[in-house]
Design a protein around this ligand. Structure first.
Ligand code: PAF
Length: 285
């Protein structure tokens, strides 16, 4: 049976009534690519043949700052449904902002929202004030609407994944959060819906981002600071890549350890497109 498309929580409740087995959700802002396909396949594995896989498609206005790309963010529901269906989704929930927020522009003046805490104010949160308040609030709403046992998120948005894990644990939401490794182009560029904004020369320049993370991984043998410096040095040599940050932190976004597993995270602007990426690194050895 092809994936059913619903636009309201009430229609979703109808569509899922009586379905046995685990329920897995993949939350997206649409413009699906192979990275999302991997998330849906993972959700299917967790839900099993008996369970249900729900893909949400909603371009969330409250996680975009003023002057960011909300208006031009790609919207392609028809092809999103086809891709979600082929990857194993049972239901696509594509609500509008009024269904999610009760207001077309997002938060109302009297909205209750989620405070992401300290981790929501660093890195992406420092460069995009309010971003994680918007992300966590909508993720909590979509959990409320879809009532999943399992929620699958990509490691590509690593800080988001850490924060969603913290939120679901701290607020005892009873959802297992599964992280899925980033899917990459042959030259290493992480798949992202925003890659389609890159011109050809920008696309070439953007490939320096995964190279910088590789350089950080190699230099991590000499410590976290050496790793970060090596990564930044790669990007400094590439015209058209405007670095926001490249840091090495522990896997929970705290201070990097002297030895052991850490995470290198990078954000850079290529032309007018802001790209983020990350990879696991091992400090010392
Ligand atoms: O990762 C995304 O696409 C979004 O941040 C999410 C989780 C769907 C919330 O809008």
């Amino acid at each position: 049976m092809p994936a059913r498309v619903v636009t309201t929580a009430a229609a979703l409740a109808d569509a899922t009534e009586g379905r046995a087995g685990l329920r897995a959700v993949v939350m997206t802002m649409g413009a699906l690519h192979d990275g999302h396909v991997e998330l849906v396949r993972t959700a299917r594995q967790h839900a099993g043949a008996e369970g249900s896989v729900i893909v949400t498609v909603f371009v969330n206005p409250t996680q975009f700052g003023a002057g960011e790309d909300y208006e031009v963010y790609p919207r392609s529901l028809e092809s999103d449904v086809a891709l979600a269906d082929a990857a194993g989704a049972d239901i696509v929930l594509a609500p509008d902002a009024t269904e999610v927020y009760g207001a077309a522009r997002g938060f109302r003046d009297d909205s209750v929202t989620l405070d992401p805490g300290y981790l929501g104010g660093i890195l992406e949160g420092a460069s995009r004030p309010g971003h994680f308040r918007g992300v966590l609030t909508v993720v909590a709403k979509l959990i409320g609407m879809t009532r999943p046992d399992v929620a699958v998120f990509g490691e590509k948005d690593y800080q988001q994944l850490v924060l969603v894990r913290r939120m679901t644990a701290d607020l005892r939401m009873g959802v297992s959060v599964i992280g899925v490794p980033t899917v990459r182009e042959p030259d290493g560029l992480a798949l992202s819906s925003r890659n389609r904004f890159l011109s050809e020369p920008e696309r070439v320049a953007a490939a320096a981002i995964p190279r910088a993370l590789e350089a950080a991984e190699v230099a991590a043998v000499d410590g976290a600071e050496a790793a970060a410096l090596a990564g930044r040095a790669v990007l400094a040599q590439v015209a058209g890549v405007d670095l926001d940050y490249l840091v090495v932190v522990d896997p929970e976004l705290g201070e990097a350890p002297d030895r052991g597993l850490a995470r290198a995270l990078v954000a850079a602007r290529v032309g007018s497109t802001r790209l983020i990426d990350n990879r696991a690194v091992v400090i010392g050895r």
